[in-house]
Design a protein around this ligand. Structure first.
Ligand code: FAD
Length: 399
């Protein structure tokens, strides 16, 4: 457990490992889960520090993963996935062994929960990136139990959660031979409290009381890189209205609602914590590959020997092509997201009147509008990496 709360990622490893339940799991002012020590119960054993992911440092660290661009062969799967559907192929390989898969799903009210799936139907609920932080609750202990029962387990999550789980299991001396870890390249996790207010806002102001039947943050109806949302109500497709009037993705990309610890994320390097890292292959246009990426393409970094074997079991479900580190580069493989000076203004506005703040910030920031407009041009000109690096240097790394 880190004692600087601004560096706590909320993974729950400390809470899960404490042998005397001296850690309370609470919510901070921005709606993120975090630990609180109950002083008179604490025996000062130090385990909470030992399992903390923020004791790690992978920032800018180089490594030599095998790099692939991959697309699921089943078009239906591809259209329901955020990028190329690599997650489905990887999880199918674990389910085929009689294993279980952990991932993030929406509940009935579109809140986020960590789910456990032992069949394809439940697993499919994890498809689609949800750009909100999900409280892991007691999931690490469930994973430990599944491993103890001899099951193969796939755990998917942000790198901080994957690292927290690894450290927790190592302290508990769990047998991890059948554990398959899949992290993602991460842009940061947004506040569940802001997400809840966003849902309240769109229900009354955009959808005017209609019931949401399906919500997705990664539509495939338009160009997949555009990060449109899909929204279906009982009256039909309301996606256009939602994207025009109030887009979660626009708010998310401002990074104002992102957890503070994400700006000092220790996992922004090619040195990864998962056996396999999945991500969007953003820079595919310039990668000089033959793969058809029109409906989305995943980037896969195969980081370990176990990852190689695992990937080999998925090959029959994927169309894939070998790539390289230079072509797939994106900022979160090198450095932390700089913290915006406007973040505190957002939170002041949100505290004053949350619904008004949602209305304002779900239209995005001027910076985002400009950067989204010029990004495709920079990519075409082959200047994207240079421009992002330059901007990152000017703004500082946030660490
Ligand atoms: C918060 C967040 C930030 C991301 N940032 C980047 C980025 O900067 N660059 C990049 O290239 N890719 C990023 N990704 C990854 C990307 O959006 C896709 O998840 C990835 O390409 C997998 O796509 P797919 O088609 O294989 O998976 P899909 O079938 O769409 O599966 C989605 C996977 O994401 C997991 N997931 C969904 N929501 C969450 C959540 N809230 N927390 C943890 N895990 C979740 C599911 O459990 C599942 O494993 C991010 C994902 C998340 C969740």
């Amino acid at each position: 457990m880190v004692f600087d709360k601004d560096k706590c990622c909320g993974c729950s490893a400390c809470f899960s490992v404490c042998p005397v339940q001296a850690i309370k799991w609470t919510k901070n002012k921005e709606g993120f889960s975090e630990p609180e020590i109950i002083e008179d119960k604490c025996i000062d054993c130090g385990l909470c520090r030992k399992v903390c992911p923020y004791e790690e440092d992978h920032v800018g660290k180089d490594a030599d993963p095998e790099v692939y661009a991959a697309v699921h062969k089943d078009k239906k799967v591809l259209l329901k996935s955020s990028s190329g559907g690599a997650f489905t192929a990887l999880s199918d390989a674990v389910l085929r062994q009689g294993g279980v898969v952990y991932g993030v799903e929406f509940d009935r009210e579109y809140g986020l929960v960590y789910g456990r799936a032992s069949d394809k139907k439940r697993r499919s609920r994890f498809r689609g990136s949800k750009y909100v932080q999900c409280d892991p609750g007691i999931v690490y202990r469930q994973v430990e139990k599944d491993l103890k029962d001899g099951k193969a387990v796939m755990f998917t999550g942000t790198p901080c959660y994957v690292s927290g789980l690894k450290k927790f299991l190592s302290v508990r001396k769990a047998d991890t031979e059948k554990l398959f870890l899949c992290d993602n390249i991460c842009h940061g996790a947004a506040s569940p409290m802001v997400w809840k207010e966003y849902l309240r806002y769109i229900r009354s102001n955009v959808l005017k009381g209609k019931t949401v039947k399906m919500l997705s943050m990664r539509s495939k109806k338009t160009k997949w890189q555009k990060q449109y949302m899909d929204c279906i109500t009982e009256y039909g497709d309301e996606s256009h209205l939602l994207n025009k009037k109030a887009s979660w993705n626009k708010l998310y990309l401002t990074t104002y609602a992102t957890r503070k610890s994400c700006f000092s994320c220790p996992f922004t390097g090619y040195e990864r914590v998962g056996d396999i890292t999945v991500a969007d292959y953003w820079n595919i246009e310039n990668a000089k590959l033959y793969i058809d990426y029109k409906s989305g393409v995943s980037l896969l970094l195969i980081n370990t020997a176990k990852g190689k074997e695992w990937f080999a079991q998925c090959e029959k479900d994927l169309i894939y092509e070998k790539s390289d580190k230079k072509s797939c580069w994106q900022i979160h493989l090198e450095r932390q997201q700089p913290i915006s000076s406007k973040r505190s203004v957002f939170w002041e506005d949100f505290r004053k009147d949350s619904q008004k703040a949602i209305a304002r910030y779900s239209k995005g920031s001027l910076f985002n509008v400009i950067s989204r407009g010029i990004t495709p041009i920079l990519r075409k000109l082959g200047l994207y990496t240079f421009a992002v690096n330059l901007f990152g240097r000017v703004k500082g790394s946030g660490k």
